[in-house]
Design a protein around this ligand. Structure first.
Ligand SMILES: [Zn+2]
Length: 156
């Protein structure tokens, strides 16, 4: 993976600065690792395209590639990723709590704590759900040479 010119992260969300050109993207597990750690799947930048926990800009602050990639329904995939992450958190929490407290499982406390995960989990997973879906999207719809070079988005 070769990067072009370094671009300042303070450029905001405007599209007038060209994106960094890549020769290729990493494999599935690297993309997944970047997505799960809330980093840009393209370049691995820690800020990615977030300017707050819930606020996004159109392009990555590190590489200037857009997260939407021409997909107007990108948020549908991110929402699905969010639901899966939240459900997995709830499932693993239930399993750990039941195994750790067996045979005297504190049912009322577990309902309260794990119910709280159901309420707050989607907010906690919000940015990761976007970067994770971006990683999966990049794996499923491999970028064409023009998109790798930073000239436009992918076609659906
Ligand atoms: Zn990036």
């Amino acid at each position: 993976m070769a990067k072009g010119a370094d671009i300042s992260p303070s450029e905001g969300g405007s599209a007038d600065v060209p994106a960094i050109a890549f020769d290729a993207l990493p494999g599935f597990w690297s993309l997944l690792g970047r997505g799960l750690t809330r980093r840009c799947a393209w370049c691995g930048d820690r800020k990615a395209y977030f300017v707050g926990w819930f606020r996004r800009q159109d392009r990555c602050q590190g590489c200037r590639h857009g997260w939407r990639r021409g997909d107007e329904a990108f948020e549908l995939g991110a929402t699905t990723a969010n639901i899966i992450l939240t459900f997995l958190t709830i499932l693993i929490s239930i399993l750990v709590a039941v195994v750790a407290t067996w045979p005297d499982v504190p049912t009322a406390a577990l309902i309260f704590i794990i119910g709280s995960l159901a309420v707050f989990g989607p907010a906690l997973w919000y940015p990761v759900s976007f970067t994770l879906w971006q990683a999966i999207d990049l794996f499923m719809r491999r970028p064409e040479p023009d998109e790798l070079a930073g000239r436009g988005d992918a076609d659906l």
